[in-house]
Design a protein around this ligand. Structure first.
Ligand SMILES: [Zn+2]
Length: 313
């Protein structure tokens, strides 16, 4: 299997406002990492009357870049795809600064402590990029399919796409004669998406990818990485990649592996060690999905936790 064709994003200049389409500008925050690639891409849509999508991480340099980017314009709405710390924290500041309302699916739910107790000390890996911004509360909680008429020529539709997080929402619009979807972290241009239980959900994620395939928008604008204009082909390849990974996890369990670290060691032998921890969470997501499908069960009939012992049914 060839797998999804990821693409690079070159020539990144942090803080610079880049006109990426006639009505779309992008400013990239200087928070590059193994999760955020070159950094968070904040989109500014429109001219004069604008909406801002995912204002980004709490970084002074990014805050200053956004102030400069929308100087002399009226921010009519702030759209948030989900509340990870590289997406939503500056929303509240920008709302206070501009008076614009914030839109999003809703605040991030607290994880089920039965599945995963909250750590006393968050580990350094997850503190910045994939930690959760529990403070974010939208002024208006949008439901799937809700249409927001924010300014002349600026009509945006909420497309609820749970999976990466349960509250993930993509934002659709017709811009410059094209049907575009701001895809947040649901579909990224450069890599697969982290699906990390208990809030991340593989079944929901696969359904949400199918939703994007069925919509067949002309262009995806992800928060991380380049735009994709090969939407159906690319997202279909992402689904196939996950299905192949899930089959490999099932095969590993059927061959007698019971613990997630052992399955990771087997399946991710060729992957950098720093990625084994997120890989473990991805395997956990697949196992949870396999348990729901009745292909795998948890030893002792317990919950499908990260530290559980799994076996084939
Ligand atoms: Zn995220």
């Amino acid at each position: 299997m060839s797998g999804p064709s990821f693409r690079a994003l070159d020539d990144v200049e942090y803080g610079r406002v880049e006109q990426v389409a006639p009505t779309i500008r992008r400013v990239i925050a200087e928070n590059p990492s193994k999760f955020t690639y070159r950094g968070t891409g904040t989109y500014i849509v429109g001219h004069g009357d604008v909406v801002v999508i995912d204002p980004g991480p709490r970084l002074d340099s990014h805050r200053e870049a956004l102030v400069a980017a929308v100087a002399g314009e009226r921010v009519r709405g702030i759209l948030v795809t989900h509340c990870h710390a590289d997406h939503s924290p500056l929303a509240t500041w920008l709302a206070a600064e501009t008076g614009a309302p914030m839109f999003g699916h809703g605040p991030h739910p607290r994880p089920d402590p039965a599945l995963e107790p909250e750590p006393d000390e968050p580990d350094a890996d997850t503190v910045i990029e994939e930690s959760t911004d529990h403070d974010f509360v939208p002024d208006h909680a949008t439901g799937h399919g809700e249409v927001l008429d924010l300014a002349p020529g600026l009509v945006v539709e909420a497309v609820h796409t749970p999976g990466h997080t349960s509250n993930h929402t993509c934002w659709a619009a017709e811009l410059d004669g094209a049907r575009v979807l701001f895809s947040g972290d649901h579909v990224m241009g450069w890599s697969t998406t982290v699906v990390s239980p208990p809030d991340g959900d593989m079944a929901a994620y696969l359904d949400s990818l199918q939703l994007v395939i069925d919509r067949a928008d002309d262009v995806l604008w992800p928060t991380h990485g380049p735009a994709r204009d090969d939407v159906v082909e690319y997202v279909t390849a992402l689904v196939e990649h996950r299905r192949a990974r899930e089959a490999a996890v099932l095969h590993a369990v059927r061959s007698g592996l019971t613990a997630i670290p052992d399955i990771v060691a087997e399946l991710y032998a060729d992957v950098r060690a720093e990625l084994h921890k997120p890989a473990g969470r991805s395997v956990w997501a697949h196992l949870t999905h396999l348990v729901a499908q009745g292909e795998v069960e948890v030893e002792g009939a317990g919950l499908p936790r990260l530290d559980a012992s799994y076996r084939a049914t």
